[in-house]
Design a binder for this molecule. Sequence first.
Ligand SMILES: C[S@@+](CC[C@H](N)C(=O)[O-])C[C@H]1O[C@@H](n2cnc3c(N)ncnc32)[C@H](O)[C@@H]1O
Length: 433
Amino acid sequence: MKTPHYLPQVRAQYEELPYPARNPQDEKTRLARTWLEDLPMINHYCFAGRQSFRKRFRALVAGGGTGDATIFLAEQLRHTDAEIVHLDMSRASSDIALKRAQVRGLTNITWIQDSILALPELALQPFDYVNCSGVLHHMEDPDAGLRALLSVLKDSGALGIMVYGRYGRTGIYQMQALMRLINDGIADSPSRIRNAREVLGSLPPTNWFRRAGQHFEDLENDAGIYDLFLHAQDRPYTVGELYEWIHDRHGLHLHFTDVGRGRAAYMPELLLNAQQPAYLSAVSALPLRRQQEIAELLSGDLLTHSFYVTRSQSTEAAYADADCVPCFYHEPLDGAALATLIREHKNMPFVVNHSHTRIAVQVDPGKYSAYVLPLIDGKRSFREIFALLRAQPQFKVAPPADEYLFRDLQPFFQFLRSIDRVLLRHGSVDAIS
Ligand SMILES: C[S@@+](CC[C@H](N)C(=O)[O-])C[C@H]1O[C@@H](n2cnc3c(N)ncnc32)[C@H](O)[C@@H]1O
């Protein structure tokens, strides 16, 4: 018997309630960004900063839904010869994505209505990048989904994946169990959704979902309520389970970057509000995967896991490469402001309170951060920045060597890189703008 390519009840859900709910007319006023699909992020994490995106770059958005990742990639790649393929089994969801593309006048997207499991049979050219966000955990056999994605990925390519986090969604799974009991025997989705809203509006303060106090914009609309509380197929993962699945079973490499917080959300030493209890020194000696498992349990707030997957381990742009171009990313953060902050603390270690990530940590700016940070403009390489620094009158007598500067700047850069506020691109490729 031929393996069924999708779960009928999951397909029915996304035909009736395309998710996330999107209005194509909103494209006239804003571009919705997705964390993993920013080209500088993909380049930094997956291509050692050396991807030009100008040589027939191919991206697949698998389970693309109503189009967030597809539209964002297509918009960034608008003036290149790249092709973006949007694949989803739900016609209703893809129709919304298509309308969004039409409103924007995007012509670089190919549309396929099919299952991810059909990918090996579709005879598509292999891809440099495959996004699959919020999909594998809704499949009957997520590993079959992963294998199908890998079957169309170039050897040098990367996956960008999001799956649900087990501990962060503890309250949600209790709500799902509750709704299964309350909705037992009720088949029509309007009634099920109505019940879910009533339950939500009358939760006692002890309820785990209520206690978690997590904010979901999606709860405003039916598609959001259904996806969160009433889904027919939904399984979460811990960090440990992801390593067992993706690294141990498939020999692939994971690069976690939490939406908004980057790798910091997976670093125990950045989660303790600048406290550094003694046990952390033993934790820092553990393998990276154990540290990340500990971080997940410490914070308990990882609702999702977003990560890149690559076949090679060393795909991240190297900090100590003088030909790399550092650039500030993700929110207005500029070198001059950081330099002022460092000078206010007289170049001594101080606690950085980063409001966007709510991370507070003591960082040593070293001797040179206050001079180097204002020279970062997203165009100059470290080599050029260091040459400019050495040309300043106060450094002419004893000019610091590149290796010395890299060592001196390392702690401050490590912090900025851990929250994805500084990304690296190799000087041999231009920025895509
Ligand atoms: C939760 S939505 C996520 C949509 C989109 N990736 C996003 O992040 O906004 C899940 C999507 O995956 C699609 N999907 C689920 N299983 C699929 C399969 N086996 N093949 C293709 N699409 C699938 C659904 O139709 C739905 O549009």
